[in-house]
Ligand binder design. Structure first.
Ligand code: PMP
Length: 392
């Protein structure tokens, strides 16, 4: 039967996290596995008002087919926000609205990747990107992610050895590690890429969620031509409405991405676009984001403190300055998959490191999400996990 299926789907794995989510639906389980924003951060009342206003003001137009590029007022609002936050000169024509930034990854794959093209990705890297781009059958090369960003020597060597089509990065509060690239690393990566024709993807769903330290400029903002920024309202407004975007000043690439988008789904859900745009016009997004950041700051501190109190001292963790995750490393010779099985029996879940690597390996790392449980639940979950680690 499997000969009926395409090689590209046969060679692409199910999302490990989506599978884990099935297990963690059980109410008894404390789950640090998913990457879910805290639902108390969804501005439900304001969205309800926006939905009604969109219908009242636009009538049937809100339910009609729309342009592939996306709702112009929303693209203008996104461009204005880039200008306000980073002084970036972005035109609405540089922005394509997508069904979440996950679709942006798929469209980039469609527009840029031929089978066996070389592409570079952080090691460990976002598993949704590994999955989305796997469908285009590239050769992945992982570049080690260090505390302050990519390992520059390995990056330089890989750029020379493979002339890759693209380099995929999450420079702010990376998924899965929670790490953030330093200013120096950003500059070094930009300078290196300027000597190549490799596209840089900066996927930035978490950048606005910095709860300590200072915002840093985008890598590509230092005049890098082949530069693609991905953004999303998933973590700052709501993920279920599926509104993200691609921002690039490379107009030739933008043309191709629009063709890919047309072929995929004609355009992003127009009603969702109108509602988000109305929400932005009538509410103070910065004020809303401040509330999310203070919530996540408290939750991340609860997790870091609980780990420091209950975990054995030989487990290393990253200390995030924003975003939704931290990353733990077990001592040599320990498997995080084994730990996952034991932890499931104690009703606590996390994501073992394996799916974040493009090669087969046994990992001793794992990802913990702190945004979807309150501080007491976080402490209880970490206690359970500590018990499993000590007794294994
Ligand atoms: N990129 C990264 C790094 C992510 O962590 C996620 C969400 N887990 C996405 C993209 C997809 O987000 P969206 O909801 O915008 O599709």
């Amino acid at each position: 039967m499997s000969e009926m299926f395409s090689n590209r789907i046969l060679n692409t794995k199910k999302s490990f996290i989506r599978e884990i989510l099935k297990v963690t639906q059980n109410k008894e389980v404390i789950s640090f596995a998913g990457g879910l924003p805290n639902p108390i951060s969804f501005p439900i009342e304001a969205l309800k008002t926006s939905m009604n206003r969109v219908v009242d003001e636009n009538g049937s137009n809100a339910f009609q087919y729309a342009t592939t590029e996306g709702y112009l007022p929303l693209r203008e609002q996104i461009a204005t926000r880039y200008k306000k936050r980073f002084g970036l000169e972005v035109s609405p024509n540089d922005i394509l609205i997508t069904s979440g930034s996950q679709q942006a990854l798929d469209l980039i794959g469609k527009a840029l990747i031929n089978k066996d093209d070389h592409i570079l990705i952080e090691k460990p890297g976002y598993l949704g990107t590994i999955q989305a781009l796997s469908l285009y059958e590239p050769q992945f090369h992982g570049i080690n992610l260090l505390e302050d960003g990519l390992d520059i020597q390995s990056l330089e060597a890989a750029l020379k050895a493979y002339a890759p089509k693209l380099l995929y990065t999450v420079p702010n509060f990376q998924n899965p590690t929670g790490l953030t690239y330093s200013k120096e690393k950003r500059e070094a990566i930009c300078e290196l890429l300027k000597t190549t024709s490799t596209y840089l993807i900066e996927d930035d769903p978490y950048g606005e969620l910095r709860f300590s330290g200072e915002d840093l400029p985008y890598i590509g903002s230092r005049g890098l031509e082949h530069s693609i920024l991905l953004g999303s309202f998933s973590k700052i407004v709501t993920p279920g409405m599926r509104i993200g975007w691609i921002c690039t000043k490379d107009s030739k690439l933008m043309d191709k991405l629009i063709i890919a988008k047309q072929a995929s789904d004609l355009h992003t859900n127009f009603f969702s676009q109108c509602v988000i745009s109305d929400y932005l016009a009538h509410n103070d997004l910065d004020e809303h984001i401040r509330k999310i950041k203070s919530l996540y700051k408290e939750q991340s501190s609860a997790m870091v403190n609980a780990i420091k109190t209950y975990f054995p001292g030989n487990i290393q963790i990253t200390i995030p300055e924003g975003g939704m995750f931290l990353w733990a490393t077990l001592p040599e010779g320990t498997s995080s998959l084994e730990l996952f099985d034991l932890a499931s029996k104690e009703n606590v879940a996390f994501v073992p490191g394996e799916p974040f690597y493009t090669e087969e390996l046994t990992s001793r790392t794992f990802r913990l999400n702190y945004t979807n449980s309150d501080s007491e639940t976080i402490e209880e979950g970490i206690k359970r996990l500590a018990k499993v680690i000590k007794n294994r």
